[in-house]
Design a protein around this ligand. Structure first.
Ligand SMILES: Cc1cc2nc3c(=O)[nH]c(=O)nc-3n(C[C@H](O)[C@H](O)[C@H](O)COP(=O)(O)OP(=O)(O)OC[C@H]3O[C@@H](n4cnc5c(N)ncnc54)[C@H](O)[C@@H]3O)c2cc1C
Length: 454
């Protein structure tokens, strides 16, 4: 360890190499539960590309694992330290280098916080659409690492659709530039997309060229209450089948609605089995909202409340913002992230209900319904071993159900440590073998975020 720290210090400024165990302990894990976390040997905070290259060259020479980290808001253990590793925190590389309204791009360092980029883009009448709920704290590097999604992705798509080009430091310290700054470009294999969602296992992103869009108009929302998941699922299908393009389409189940009522005194009817929130931000949003209200009623909604203006919309959407904190108050939570074709959303919700009943547990479900992306949140008492085991079992059964319904084990949170065993089930032996070969091409010594994803 002495040699490692000494060598790192040769290419990093004073204060950028931290070995104090009280400090390094804080960098052991992200926000996922039930994932092992090792003890880092050292945490480093580079501020330049050359410093990142120095860290990786040193790690390669000494055969020491490196775990890249952003803000550690991840929910899969992908940023967790492994024993004796260098934690490579990218938070100090946090400059927005360029905002170019003509080419509609931003060039940023990876430690830029998502919301800061959004606010900076807004000043030029532009938007960076991917909007994870953690946007006030998560970083662009972490968003690229996980391929993050968010609330508006039903209309605008996820992170991968906005990453045009990357500068990446490879495991041996070489600097790779992928992709482009142009609106179009198809030269060579698409290595840029390969890095999106690679969870720090293929290289360290040190700069990103991101696509921006014109800033949309403020959203106009409605809330619709349904007596069953089937009715709510039917409404989601109808809205999409009729060619409407909501900018947000979120669904909360009865458990979540009750919890939100308790936290926010929202006055939502306790009889609600499913609450659908739909918003539009296009020029025809008033008409689209009215059409959606009609479709919800036809699908069996017991009440539909369309907002008249943005203030009313914000009030309706507040219920969604309160969902996770409201469920967190009920006990220890384990948040799942299973996406199914949206036509099978109701089956997924009913299936999760059956799993909760079978295991005698409370599971609240919040969904990006327009994407078929569900977040079943298993609630349990972590001091009760037997209940904890039931919670873990139901977490697994939820993923099995998602695969059965033609879905995926993770819509946006990633594989990390939490779902590593399940990735093999989703990919199959050929898929897994090829993914491992890809990893070996980029990182033949296996020093980058070892034990994660593949
Ligand atoms: C309250 C809450 C709400 C959330 N809501 C959403 C949501 O709506 N949608 C969603 O998708 N996620 C959500 N998340 C999960 C999390 O915020 C995202 O996964 C986010 O993208 C992680 O960013 P981060 O900066 O915290 O990265 P970290 O957690 O630090 O790292 C995530 C992964 O990226 C890798 N990484 C980080 N920086 C780099 C880099 N520069 N180069 C290479 N690899 C790197 C890490 O090794 C790790 O594998 C939520 C989390 C919380 C706590």
């Amino acid at each position: 360890m002495g040699e490692l720290v000494e060598r790192l210090g040769l290419g990093l400024p004073g204060g950028a190499v931290v070995v104090d165990p009280d400090v390094t302990a804080a960098y052991r894990r992200d926000m996922a539960g039930f994932c092992a976390a090792g003890e880092p040997a050292v945490v480093v905070f580079p501020e330049t590309v050359e410093q990142v290259q120095h860290v990786l060259r040193t790690a390669t020479e000494l055969r020491v694992p490196v775990v890249p980290q952003g803000a550690r808001t991840g929910l899969s253990g992908a940023a967790n330290a492994v024993d004796g590793c260098v934690v490579l925190s990218m938070v100090k590389m946090n400059r927005i280098l360029e905002l170019d309204p003509v080419n509609r791009i931003a060039v940023v360092e990876p430690g830029v916080v998502n919301a800061e980029l959004s606010r900076a883009a807004a000043k030029s009448g532009l938007a960076y659409p991917p909007d994870p709920s953690s946007w006030e704290s998560c970083t662009i590097g972490g968003n690229i690492g996980t391929g993050a999604g968010g609330l508006c992705c039903v209309k605008y798509g996820v992170t991968s659709e906005y990453v045009l080009g990357l500068d990446v430091v490879l495991a041996d310290g070489r600097l790779l530039s992928t992709g482009r700054r142009t609106a179009k470009g198809v030269a060579g294999y698409d290595l840029t997309r390969l890095f999106v969602g690679s969870e720090g296992t293929l290289g360290v992103v040190v700069r990103a060229v991101l696509a921006l869009r014109p800033a949309p108009a403020p959203q106009l929302a409605l809330a619709a209450e349904f007596p069953s998941a089937d009715a709510a699922g039917a409404a989601v299908c109808e809205v999409m089948a009729r060619g409407l393009t909501p900018s947000l389409m979120e669904l909360m189940d009865a458990t979540t609605v009750r919890a939100v009522n308790e936290l926010g005194r929202m006055g939502l009817p306790e009889s609600t089995r499913a609450l659908l929130l739909v918003a539009f931000d296009g020029p025809d949003r008033v008409a689209e909202l009215a059409r959606t209200a009609g479709l919800c009623r036809e699908a069996g909604a017991t009440e539909v409340v369309p907002a008249e203006d943005q203030a009313e919309s914000d009030l309706l959407l507040e219920a969604r913002r309160l969902a996770l904190p409201a469920l967190d108050r009920l006990g220890t939570t384990m948040i799942d992230d299973v996406a199914v074709p949206r036509s099978r959303l109701a089956e997924m919700l009913n299936g999760v209900g059956a799993i909760a009943e079978r295991h005698g547990l409370t599971i609240g479900v919040v969904s990006h319904a327009g994407d078929g992306n569900t977040h079943p949140i298993v609630i349990f008492d972590a001091s009760d071993e037997e209940q904890t085991a039931r919670a873990q079992l139901s977490f697994d059964e939820i993923m099995a159900l998602g695969l059965e319904l033609g879905g995926t084990i993770t819509g946006e949170h990633g594989v990390g440590l939490l779902k590593r065993d399940w990735l093999a089930r989703e990919l199959g032996p050929v898929g897994l073998d090829l993914q491992r070969q890809v990893k070996a091409v980029f990182d033949p010594l296996g020093i980058l975020n070892p034990g994660k994803m593949v």
